[in-house]
Design a protein around this ligand. Structure first.
Ligand SMILES: Cc1cc2nc3c(=O)[nH]c(=O)nc-3n(C[C@H](O)[C@H](O)[C@H](O)COP(=O)(O)OP(=O)(O)OC[C@H]3O[C@@H](n4cnc5c(N)ncnc54)[C@H](O)[C@@H]3O)c2cc1C
Length: 361
């Protein structure tokens, strides 16, 4: 069931129709729990409050499904404007960007040009720019763009996902780059990525520990309290300087814990998404953690005195119908996938099937 809901929400996150229309709906379904606002003005107060508590921030101006150069240029302008606001409002904040938002799927050189413009301004303001890691189909190109940008600027880094088999090797090549380590938010197949939570967690801990013993700055991005506790023990046992790393969590997640860790003296950074393009991001968060859905359902469907609200009934209906259509579609796709196995070399096909059968936690 966990995998079913994960697949469902990942599928919704990629649905162009819903993503496009969600911009017009404004925040719905409780998205404001995880997305700080639709524009930078709404978000500045949030950042100021976090900064006052000793928490720094990274701002992500949300944008998915960029199909034209005009859209990518508009996204770049928004990011440049965000940098201006961070600088002039004197916020303790950097930015996180996605290369697809800046035209990676349209034209590689155009995307690099956009990034250079962003880095140029960020560099003048002494602001760091993080390139978020997207799904595996963009992985190689993201690392390639990073390498290109590093010829000109140092204020840039990226993300390594512990679910990928190749992460250790890539991390080795990125020894001198500021890196955020995450578990990975997309659905990847067994040919490139670990499939079980146990393996992904094990790799996450191991990769972070390896980095912490080096000298480059590392952002440890997880909401997993047991992993955080284990890593804090490791830091203390090995005399790792607090200045060498920060803990990161997403806006709206484990807020109390975020404040506590900052109070305990750890560098803490909250990742703050904002903008009208909230749907894909929001669906990926629901995919990650079924409990988030309960939270939203309770908050959105019921009034304080436990009575059903009317408006969300329509939205629930949309979600239910989407789920039914998705299931129907999935059965068709599933049989296609199975026929694909037929043309694989036998060993590989069996391996793939057995890996896919292991359920991700
Ligand atoms: C700052 C940040 C940036 C990210 N950037 C990227 C990126 O660029 N690319 C990418 O692919 N992914 C990114 N991710 C997402 C990441 O890959 C994971 O999908 C996501 O963080 C879920 O993994 P987790 O370790 O946080 O918790 P999980 O593995 O989902 O949960 C582990 C355990 O933690 C506890 N827990 C988790 N969440 C909560 C909660 N809200 N309340 C209470 N307990 C909780 C529960 O006990 C749970 O069992 C980012 C995540 C963060 C935090």
């Amino acid at each position: 069931m966990v995998n079913l809901s994960r697949d469902f929400f990942i599928a919704l996150s990629k649905n162009k129709f819903l993503n496009k229309n969600a911009k017009r709906w404004g925040f719905q379904l409780g998205a404001n729990k995880f997305v700080a606002g639709t524009n930078i003005d709404e978000v500045i107060e949030v950042i100021n409050n976090l900064n006052r508590a000793g928490i720094r921030c990274t701002l992500d101006h949300l944008g998915e499904f960029i199909f034209s150069k005009e859209e990518a240029i508009e996204a770049k302008k928004q990011i440049l404007y965000t940098l201006d606001r961070i600088y002039f409002e004197q916020l303790d904040c950097h930015v996180s960007v996605k290369l697809t938002q800046l035209g990676l799927d349209i034209d590689y050189s155009f995307c690099v040009e956009n990034m250079l413009e962003i880095l140029n301004k960020a560099n003048q303001y002494n602001i760091f720019v993080n390139i978020d890691m997207e799904d595996y189909s963009h992985y190689e190109r993201t690392l390639k763009v990073l390498k290109e940008l590093q010829k000109y600027y140092e204020n840039v880094g990226t993300v390594i996902q512990s679910y990928l088999y190749r992460s250790r090797e890539d991390l080795e090549k990125l020894k001198n780059v500021r890196i955020r380590i995450v578990k990975g938010a997309y659905k990847e197949n067994g040919e490139v990525a670990y499939q079980t939570k146990k393996e992904i967690d094990r790799e996450f801990i191991s990769l972070v520990k390896e980095r912490l013993l080096g000298h480059s700055y590392t952002s440890i991005a997880t909401h997993d309290h047991s992993i955080i506790q284990e890593l804090i023990r490791f830091v203390n046992d090995n005399g790792v300087k607090k200045d060498n790393f920060e803990l990161q969590m997403l806006y709206g997640f484990r807020t109390e814990m975020q404040y506590e860790l900052a109070k305990e003296g750890y560098n803490f950074c909250t990742y703050i998404p904002f903008g009208t393009d909230w749907f894909g991001y929001f669906m990926r968060r629901l995919a990650e953690r079924p409990q988030n859905i309960n939270l939203i359902v309770k908050d959105k469907l019921y009034t304080k005195d436990n009575r059903l609200k009317k408006q969300p009934i329509v939205l629930s209906l949309i979600l239910t119908l989407s789920f039914i259509f998705w299931r129907l579609g999935k059965y068709n796709t599933f049989s296609l996938h199975n026929s694909n196995y037929g043309i694989q070399p036998k060993g590989l096909a069996n391996d793939k099937i057995s890996k896919r059968k292991k359920l991700k936690g």
